[in-house]
Design a protein around this ligand. Structure first.
Ligand SMILES: NC(=O)c1ccc[n+]([C@@H]2O[C@H](COP(=O)([O-])OP(=O)(O)OC[C@H]3O[C@@H](n4cnc5c(N)ncnc54)[C@H](OP(=O)(O)O)[C@@H]3O)[C@@H](O)[C@H]2O)c1
Length: 291
């Protein structure tokens, strides 16, 4: 009896070790010539994701509001090896613009294999909710509805290519975080919409995939400027983060947590020990710098 229990325990430990430490390698060649639209790619993580796809020889379309930054990122993509690099300046606060961007990408790239939804804006500052509705409406439009609009407008092209949707989310889309009410709400909405869509693809036996990236604090210029003196956390590298996100997308993984050990334990403990998780995370805020 003791032998059987020992065997079962070893199998469990072996499975857990395999699950957490397995490394899948991606075939970079499989990305050569693929057609990729990346939103919010004039700077930050989106810019780095564009460079990752460029290095693997993809056709790239980038979009954000600032034209000059887009031109610079597109030219860097070409230097890194992109098969082609297009850009379009557009404001995702306007859903008609989001529709046009998706349509233009499909026309310019001749179809679409990867839709990377990454842009962020409209959610106001980092502080207490004082009843202002503008950031709630702004964030819902820019950070949720425009994602859905882009998906809707690109859906038939993605169906044709059996392509992939990549959604950049946050730990704030899994665990309510203070001082970012509007942002949190939009990220929770994304998680609901895209996890539901992923199930629909599976039930239709479609090869289309949805990868949701659940991210912690990343060292992009804007994030550090916004919260650098308000949180006592170390930001992770945007270059590493982009590499992991693209790898997860190419491997069609449903989720990726980055940095893994900084997020996954909290997400797992959230439902069983909500008080403990809140207490640990609350310690990360420098309250005297937050209004
Ligand atoms: N950095 C972090 O610590 C962190 C943590 C968790 C999750 N994330 C997620 O990672 C993603 C990227 O974050 P990031 O730090 O790289 O952000 P970022 O540096 O602020 O970049 C945001 C991008 O979105 C574009 N953008 C902003 N408003 C827009 C609008 N109305 N219409 C179209 N484009 C707009 C910006 O370009 P323009 O100004 O030129 O329009 C820029 O290219 C976001 O989804 C974010 O939620 C980041």
């Amino acid at each position: 009896m003791a032998g059987v229990i020992l065997l079962l325990l070893s199998l469990c430990v072996g499975y857990i070790a395999y699950y957490f430490f397995r490394t899948e390698s991606m075939n970079k060649e499989s990305v050569r010539g693929k057609r990729v639209l990346i939103t919010g790619s004039s700077t930050g993580l989106g810019e780095q994701i564009a460079y990752e796809f460029a290095r693997m020889g993809a056709h790239i379309m980038i979009t954000a509001r600032r034209l000059q930054q887009l031109q610079e990122v597109a030219s860097q993509c070409m230097k890194l090896g992109a098969a082609s690099a297009h850009y379009v300046a557009s404001d995702m606060g306007n859903l008609e613009s989001a529709q046009s961007v998706a349509q233009e990408a499909v026309v310019k790239l001749g179809g679409l294999d990867y839709l990377v939804l990454n842009h962020i804006g409209g959610s106001g500052g980092f502080g207490f909710f004082k009843g202002d509705m503008d950031p709630v409406v702004g964030s819902t439009t820019v950070n949720f509805l425009s994602y859905v609009q882009l998906t809707s407008s690109a859906l038939s092209a993605l169906q044709e290519s059996q392509g992939s949707i990549v959604v950049i989310s946050s730990m704030s889309g899994r665990i309510g975080a203070p001082f970012t009410t509007s942002y949190c709400a939009s990220k929770f909405a994304l998680e609901g919409f895209y996890s539901s869509l992923r199930r629909e693809f599976a039930l239709q036996n479609s090869k289309m995939s949805v990868t949701v990236a659940v991210l912690g604090y990343i060292d992009t210029e804007n994030a550090v400027k916004k919260v650098g003196n308000k949180v006592s956390m170390t930001a992770s590298s945007k270059e590493d983060c982009a590499r992991e996100v693209v790898k997860a997308a190419v491997l069609q993984q449903p989720e990726i947590f980055y940095p893994y050990w900084g997020i996954k334990p909290f997400v797992l403990l959230r439902d069983w020990f909500p008080g403990l998780v809140a207490k640990i995370l609350d310690k990360c805020y420098i309250l005297e710098n937050i209004q």
